[in-house]
Design a protein around this ligand. Structure first.
Ligand SMILES: [Cu+2]
Length: 125
C-alpha cells in the first residue's frame, strides 16, 4: 500500500514538474544594436552623391573623390552650427577622406573649389 501511495505521489510530482516546464516563458531577447555602418559619398563632376545622408551616431562617412579637384569642408569656421569640425584640403582625384560622426546633430559641408553648388548635409541621429 505504501508503494502505491508513493507511486501516486511520484506521478503527481512529475506531472507538476512537467507543467512547470511547459509554462516557462522565454524572456524576450534584448535588441542587438546594429554595428556601426560606413557610408560612401562620391565626389564627381561638381556634386556629392548622395548629397544628404542620415546616419547613426558612431557611423563613418567616406568621401570618395573619383574625378576632379575637390575637398570636404565641414569646419565650424565655415559652418558654425556644425557640432564638430571635419574636412580635408583640396586635392586632385583619387583620394578618400573618412570621418566618424560621434556627435549627434546636423552637419553641412561644401567643396571649397566649387562652393555652395557642391555641398551636402549629414544628419547624425
Ligand atoms: Cu569640388
Amino acid at each position: 500500500m505504501k508503494l502505491v501511495i508513493y507511486l501516486i505521489f511520484l506521478s503527481l510530482l512529475c506531472s507538476c514538474a512537467y507543467n512547470n516546464i511547459e509554462n516557462i516563458e522565454i524572456a524576450p531577447q534584448p535588441t542587438i544594436p546594429v554595428a556601426n555602418q560606413k557610408y560612401i559619398v562620391t565626389a564627381t563632376g561638381m556634386i556629392f552623391t548622395p548629397s544628404s545622408l542620415t546616419i547613426n551616431k558612431g557611423d563613418t562617412v567616406e568621401w570618395d573623390n573619383v574625378s576632379g579637384f575637390h575637398n570636404v569642408n565641414g569646419t565650424q569656421t565655415t559652418y558654425p552650427s556644425n557640432p564638430v569640425s571635419f574636412g580635408n584640403s583640396p586635392a586632385a582625384a583619387p583620394w578618400t577622406y573618412t570621418f566618424v560622426f560621434n556627435t549627434i546633430g546636423n552637419y553641412s559641408y561644401l567643396c571649397d573649389v566649387h562652393g555652395i553648388s557642391m555641398s551636402g548635409t549629414i544628419t547624425v541621429q
